[in-house]
Design a protein around this ligand. Structure first.
Ligand code: SF4
Ligand code: SF4
Length: 404
């Protein structure tokens, strides 16, 4: 049952039989449910409704190996809205157990090194140790899977529980993101790449467009059978780790992480053109131009007009310019492209930013992090991994000046 297409999952617009046996075209449906808080019974009921909307749930068997992939970016308590709430993961496990599934593994490769000690620390902080009837993965082995044809890379390195699963259920968190603007279904799958190989991919695909294309290749290669996004308490502002919790009160699910992201973006006031992964999903025929063209089931909900976006929004326009003006555009871009700014008074010199920097352009000197901007690719891995929020987003020109 592994694999989106292999499992008969509809990702793009496809023809299916409608009422009365008539053929009709349709996009994958997205179910959005109201869920005011993480009360155990209410969360289980909501997740059960999502499972009822997922045709693949009927194929689950006692022997099906399921890996749940939450967003466990770093060691943060659930109330900080940086990570998927454990109540949602527990409810997914309960829904699987009700269907007889016995082999349920919770696995993620958070930011930083992929070690058993780091995983233990993160499970504890994120409330995952309280889950019953699941295996919390501590095996840090990984392997390769051939990327789907047409991908930028030939293969992806993936953590072992993703490779071994018959079914992957991705359980992301709705957050803003300094580089990709939105983190929901697609971006959550970046955590299938082991440890510090993630910054390497940032370096290999340094522009927003290339990185977003790679994320789509990865999503199509991991091919989660079902995607749920926890938007009960979401993160707005300088996500994915430096923002603030925002009560949204929704839980959403779909067989398509791409369609789900389109609905989530629409919910928080973003269109296809605002999010590079959505732009490329549209080009690949994975989503329609607007969320209104998708079939949305579940509860009525209102869009959020004032959801705060990250202070940064990466610019990537020089490749569209004629050759002679590109140097000028690059010069201008260096001045307006968002970049990380170290707040020295908050920095505790832990070095986590340097460890995660794909360009190896951060050094800790005299107990404080220092960035050499000449090699910085504005990926914001450092911002993401700083445990004390000592890295902000600024520009050489404009608000939050970042000096060379
Ligand atoms: S900026 Fe943050 S991550 Fe980097 S050394 Fe300082 S405290 Fe650690
Ligand atoms: S300094 Fe930060 S934003 Fe720049 S390349 Fe390194 S991790 Fe990315």
């Amino acid at each position: 049952m592994h694999g989106g297409k292999a499992a008969g999952i509809l990702w793009g617009e496809e023809t299916r039989k409608g009422a009365g046996g008539m053929e009709q075209k349709g996009w994958p449906a997205v179910t959005v449910l109201r869920l005011a808080d993480y009360d155990r019974e209410r969360t289980e009921a909501a997740v059960e409704r999502l499972f009822c909307s997922w045709p693949g749930a009927a194929s689950l068997r006692r022997e099906t190996k399921v890996t749940i992939k939450p967003n466990l970016l770093m060691a943060r308590s659930p109330d900080q809205a940086t990570t998927t709430h454990p109540a949602v993961v527990a409810a997914v496990a309960a829904a699987l157990r009700r269907r007889g599934v016995e082999q349920i593994t919770v696995a993620d490769s958070p930011g930083g090194p992929y070690t058993a000690a780091a995983l233990r620390r993160i499970y504890r902080a994120c409330g995952m140790e309280e889950l019953c009837g699941v295996t919390l993965n501590l095996d840090t082995a990984w392997g390769s899977r051939k990327a789907k044809p047409g991908s930028l890379a030939e293969e992806f390195h993936l953590i072992q529980p993703i490779l071994e699963a018959d079914v992957v259920i991705s359980v992301g968190k709705l957050k803003t993101h300094g580089m990709t603007t939105l983190s929901g279904g697609v971006k959550n799958l970046f955590g299938c790449v082991p440890g510090l190989q993630k910054p390497e991919l940032h370096y290999r695909y340094p522009t927003l467009d290339a990185f977003s294309q790679m994320l789509l290749d990865l999503a199509e290669t991991v091919a989660p059978a079902f995607t749920i996004v926890d938007a009960v308490s979401a993160m707005e502002g300088n996500g994915p780790s430096g923002g603030t919790p925002r009560q949204v009160g929704l839980l959403a699910g779909s067989t398509s992480p791409f369609a789900l992201d389109l609905v989530l973006a629409d919910l928080i006031g973003l269109g296809v053109e605002d999010v590079a992964t959505l732009r490329h999903s549209l080009q690949r025929g994975l989503i329609p131009r607007s969320a209104a063209q998708l079939q949305t089931d579940g509860d009525p909900y209102e869009k959020i007009a004032d959801f705060r976006m990250p202070a940064s929004k990466a610019l990537d326009f020089s490749s569209h310019m004629p050759g002679p003006v590109r140097p000028l555009v690059r010069w201008l871009r260096r001045r307006v492209t968002p970049r990380p700014v170290i707040r020295r008074e908050r920095c505790v010199g832990c070095g986590k930013c340097a460890e995660s920097c794909p360009a190896h352009t951060i050094a800790v000197k005299e107990g404080k992090a220092v960035i050499d901007y000449r090699r910085c690719i504005s990926c914001f891995c450092c911002h993401e991994m700083c445990p004390v929020r000592a890295i902000e987003m600024g520009r050489k020109w404009g608000r939050g000046r970042a000096e060379d």
